[in-house]
Structure formats: structure tokens, C-alpha cells
Write a protein of this length. Structure first.
Length: 201
């Protein structure tokens, strides 16, 4: 198996914890209380700003064949994904400009930024976000919520384009062939942060 395939095997069990989390369950049913999702959107906005920084930091350390893709990801996250995020956030009355990082967001973004000091560590730490949300989106889309705003969120992560992003990040991880044990340790730690992130302030 490739590194990414081994991480998928690890991640499937860990993803079950996210699927059972009350926040994810509420999104999937479309009945999550609005204040909870509003808070999550505010935290995710702050996360995405640092996500751009992680892509940029990794691009500075990447092999030549990966630089362009990471630069493009930083650009599209900042200009496209954040635009969509602002649009959905407005529907829930989220205060993005006044938002302050909660402990889970602070811990996760610090972990990612520190991991990006090493290209191999950074890519392994990055993978759970793309692979995890793509998988969550696909599973939730099998029985999507009828509430249109929550359905829009599910559709975003069930989109084939987002699945292609997750596949490409996995391919890039395989191409650099990191130490398997180290990659799994970074992946597991990032998955733990992913789960904690659903515990919104």
C-alpha cells in the first residue's frame, strides 16, 4: 500500500468519531442550533486564514513539481473558499471580523503551522483536513439535510472538485515518500485536532 492508502485505513476508524459528534450529526440532519453553527463558522473562518499560511509555507519548501499546485491552493482558498465561507456565514449572522480563536482552533492552527517547518510533516498533517472533509461530505450527501443552508455546506464538501483536491494531496504525499511511522503520527494528531474542532466555543 502507498502511504496515503495506509493513512486512509487509519483514518476510517477515526472518522467514525467525527460522524458521531453532535455537531456533525446536527449538520447532517439539518437541525443543528444556529448559534452552534454560527460559532463553528467563525472558528472555521479563522482556521482558513491560517490554512492559507500553511499552504504558502509549504510551497516555500516544496519540490519544484509541487510548488505551483500549493501556490494555486493558497490563492483559491483565500479568494474562492473564503468568499463562499463569508456568504454562508452571512446567512447565519456570523461575526467573522470580531471572531476570536477558541482553544481548539488555536491548537490546530499552531500544530499545522509548526508542522509546516518540515515539508514531509506538513503534508502529512495537512492531509486529514482535505481527506476527512471530502469523506464526511460524501457520506452526509448520501442522505442530505433538507434545510438549504446545511445542504449547501454538505454539497461543498461532497463536490467532486473537493474530492479531487483530497486525491491530489494524497498523491503528493506519496510522491515525497515520507517516513511511514512519522507520517502516521502526524496524521493521527491532525485527526485528533479535527475531532476537537467540532467542540465549538
Amino acid at each position: 500500500m502507498t502511504i496515503s492508502e495506509k493513512l486512509h485505513a487509519v483514518g476510517r476508524t477515526l472518522l467514525e468519531d467525527q460522524l458521531a459528534h453532535p455537531t456533525v450529526v446536527g449538520i447532517g440532519r439539518g437541525d443543528l442550533p444556529e448559534p452552534v453553527f454560527r460559532s463553528w463558522l467563525e472558528q472555521d473562518y479563522l482556521y482558513l486564514l491560517d490554512y492559507v499560511r500553511v499552504f504558502s509555507k509549504l510551497a516555500s519548501k516544496a519540490p519544484d513539481s509541487h510548488v505551483g499546485y500549493l501556490v494555486d491552493l493558497a490563492h483559491s482558498t483565500y479568494h474562492d473558499e473564503l468568499k463562499l465561507h463569508r456568504s454562508l456565514s452571512a446567512e447565519f449572522g456570523a461575526d467573522l471580523e470580531g471572531a476570536v480563536k477558541g482553544p481548539a482552533c488555536e491548537a490546530y492552527t499552531r500544530f499545522l503551522l509548526d508542522a509546516a517547518d518540515s515539508y514531509e510533516d506538513g503534508m502529512a498533517a495537512l492531509y486529514p483536513c482535505t481527506w476527512g472533509y471530502s469523506t464526511l461530505g460524501r457520506i452526509l450527501a448520501e442522505n442530505p439535510p433538507s434545510e438549504p443552508r446545511y445542504r449547501a455546506w454538505v454539497d461543498t464538501y461532497a463536490d467532486p472538485a473537493f474530492a479531487a483536491l483530497a486525491v491530489r494531496i494524497g498523491e503528493m504525499l506519496d510522491e515525497i515518500d515520507p517516513d511511514p511511522d512519522r507520517a502516521e503520527a502526524m496524521f493521527r494528531e491532525a485527526m485528533a485536532h479535527e475531532l476537537a474542532f467540532w467542540d465549538v466555543p
